[in-house]
Design a protein. Structure first.
Length: 75
């Protein structure tokens, strides 16, 4: 599975591989709904460039699926 930004601001595209086909529920795509039933997204943050990039992906992903976003920083 790959998550990529789109040209439309605030949206992401999820690309599924063949091995990810089990994630697709029967009829979910035909009804125009997402095959994912997300409730929360957890983003570990250590203020590195990688974690900042992950956060930039997580924010539009959370908005698109209308779920809560939790940032985790451990000392």
């Amino acid at each position: 599975m790959k998550v990529k930004p789109t040209t439309k601001r605030g949206h992401v595209v999820v690309e599924l591989d063949r091995k990810d086909e089990a994630l697709l529920a029967e009829g979910a795509q035909s009804a125009g709904r997402s095959p994912f039933k997300l409730k929360k997204i957890l983003v570990p943050v250590d203020f590195s460039e990688c974690s900042k990039k992950a956060l930039h992906y997580a924010i539009p992903f959370a908005r698109q699926f209308e779920v809560s976003l939790t940032l985790l920083y451990v000392v």
